[in-house]
Write a protein that binds this ligand. Structure first.
Ligand SMILES: C[S@@+](CC[C@H](N)C(=O)[O-])C[C@H]1O[C@@H](n2cnc3c(N)ncnc32)[C@H](O)[C@@H]1O
Length: 326
């Protein structure tokens, strides 16, 4: 512990075990208003010791050497004084059960976004089908790469305006051995995308309203503004996205958009007004309305539903009957 981490010389010379360090750090974080003190203490110590977080529980009595304590002190100090998020301090974040590299150039993927991934996978039930998928604003690549790993036959295009974010997404694709099933393109909204139609379009765009920026946790200043803020009212990206998406969906294709719960009703209405159907909202892990889903109607599917007996009457005309079926 450095003096700035609040530790006396006496404390520094005693033998520090894993458990003692975790207890001290949890208290220190608590005193400084860190929202998840024990979890943060564990993630940072596991990182320094090069072990998985849960493995710390098998090492509670193990002493921690002074070089490792020095590294830990530095992280504790940055967490408290600069409010750097733990994900950025350790350079990774788990999402959909995989580890993604993150830096301050990308939004750290949030657990809420797993709602969007789950809902997208529910709409890609045929694992052999080469679904054409577009993600707008891929950041670390968490959504696109998770979909690619769950549905290896899908052909995924992922865009972002930020070249720095795309560099991280590339690195994650390589690390996770996704191969060439995800193509990354730089540009705004649909502008870099030449393929006309997609079976699924997903996006977690920047949607925080700049007028609310004073109320935000200090941690957010370590993430890129372009990933967080959707203009003064939060709709700078959501609005043009909702306006164009119907024209880029194949018949029967789905759009899934993540947003602030306060925006759900407005965006659902825009999507319905643009001619999309089956508009519904999905809740995140905390029970808040988080994702709006809508579908481009498929005239052929509607026709088949309206004429359910078309095939039967054809076979009746041919004189087929159930008895003919072996
Ligand atoms: C909220 S982050 C989402 C990152 C990642 N998809 C996730 O869910 O963790 C929004 C991303 O959209 C990108 N972005 C912002 N404006 C954009 C635009 N007009 N077109 C495409 N991407 C944009 C940002 O650079 C950022 O990476």
């Amino acid at each position: 512990m450095t003096k700035d981490a609040g530790v006396s010389d006496d404390a520094r010379s005693k033998t520090w075990t894993v458990l003692a360090l975790l207890r001290w750090t949890t208290g220190h974080f608590n005193d400084h208003g860190i929202p998840t003190p024990r979890l943060d203490a564990e993630v940072l110590l596991a990182h320094v010791l090069g072990v998985r977080r849960l493995d710390l529980y098998l090492k509670f009595e193990q002493p921690v050497m002074s070089a490792e304590r020095a590294q830990y002190r530095e992280l504790i100090s940055r967490r408290v004084s600069e409010r750097v998020p733990v994900s950025i301090l350790v350079g990774e974040k788990e999402f959909w059960s995989r580890s993604f590299r993150v830096t301050s150039d990308v939004l750290t993927p949030r657990p809420d976004t797993e709602t969007l991934v789950e809902a997208a996978l529910d709409r890609m039930v045929d694992s052999d089908r080469p679904y054409r998928v577009l993600e707008i604003g891929t950041g670390s690549g968490a959504i696109a790469l998770s979909l690619a790993l769950e549905r290896p036959s899908a052909q995924i295009t992922a865009t972002d305006v930020s070249p720095e974010a795309l560099q991280i997404a590339h690195e994650n694709a390589e690390e996770l051995q996704v191969g060439d099933s995800v193509v990354f393109l730089e540009g705004s909204l649909f502008e870099p995308v030449s393929e006309p139609l997609f079976d699924l379009i997903v996006s977690n765009p920047p949607y925080v309203a700049e007028k609310d920026s004073a109320k935000l946790p200090a941690e957010l200043k370590h993430e890129p503004a372009v990933a967080l803020f959707g203009g003064m009212d939060g709709y700078r990206v959501l609005k043009p996205l909702a306006a164009e998406v119907a024209a880029r969906l194949s018949p029967g294709g789905w759009v899934l958009l993540e947003m602030d719960p306060a925006q759900v009703e407005t965006v659902a209405q825009w999507l319905a007004d643009s001619g999309l159907s089956e508009v519904e909202t999905l809740r995140d892990l905390a029970g808040r309305e988080r994702v709006v889903v809508a579908r481009r109607p498929d005239p052929l599917a509607v026709q088949q539903e309206e004429e359910p007996n078309a095939l039967e009457s054809q076979s009746a005309n041919r004189g087929d009957s159930q008895e003919d079926v072996p």
